[in-house]
Design a protein around this ligand. Sequence first.
Ligand code: A2P
Length: 291
Amino acid sequence: MTRAMTLMNDQTPMTDAPAAKATPTLPDAQVVTAVKHYTDRLFSFRVTRPASLRFRSGEFVMIGLMGDPDPKTGKQRPLLRAYSIASPSWDEELEFYSIKVQDGPLTSKLQHVQVGDEIILRPKPVGTLVHDALLPGKRLWFFSTGTGFAPFASLLRDPETYELYDQVIVTHTCRDVAELTYGADLIESIKTDELLVELIGEENLAKLVYYPTTTREQSPKMGRITDLLKDGTVFKDLGIEDGLSSETDRAMVCGSMGLNVDIKEILESHGLEEGANSDPKHYVVEKAFVG
Ligand code: A2P
């Protein structure tokens, strides 16, 4: 199905939108301020930020919408899922990057939100992809697939990420080139947006290395990041002679279950150990993420 067709089909349930606006204000409601669709499967949106919400870049919150009324009682319950906050902790709004699952209980509806609509946002940020969960190191790796890029979109816009390391390497593996767009645009904006350049600092930005790969469509770098690590391609491409070591390398991982399991094995084979907020070590994995 083409994107245009999907968008046209998307119009059908959109008649729900005015009705939704007329319903009483949701509990923990925030208002959508921007929506951007990337492909049939991916979109991002921004919402207002509760004045009292403080979070560490890389954390997630529960967000969602009211579910359909129970056919018997007519009662509605919130339908919530864990979403990494994609915006940095200094941003006055909150950004999210989401998959669209056509028969998914939440994202089948969430994909239709428009500016002015309300979503539910429980203001209790948590998560393991935070600097506090890692011991000091020299090189920080962000390994992501699909919408697993989201927490890194937050961390990459946080100056602290660069201040703590000599090099920050972000890898993003997607099926095709279009699915890389959100990440590619983000990296571009970090390097060219006046405000971001000034905030992060040109010296810090020189530490950033972006390594996108695709698996199902031709692009400059093909293959799963796991295979490219195992056969040494990544190290060769980036001029890293000594590979990964627990002395120098720190990693954060966010993606499909398969990626999480496979990267974990690779990192551990190089002597890196998994850390947590309460026990900082060499790498962390976001387990709440469902790609
Ligand atoms: P592949 O096309 O070989 O399955 P998805 O869209 O299904 O969530 O996948 C996003 C990307 O993650 C795809 O490029 C997919 O590659 C890749 N991927 C899936 N499983 C793994 C894994 N175990 N290790 C590395 N990459 C993976």
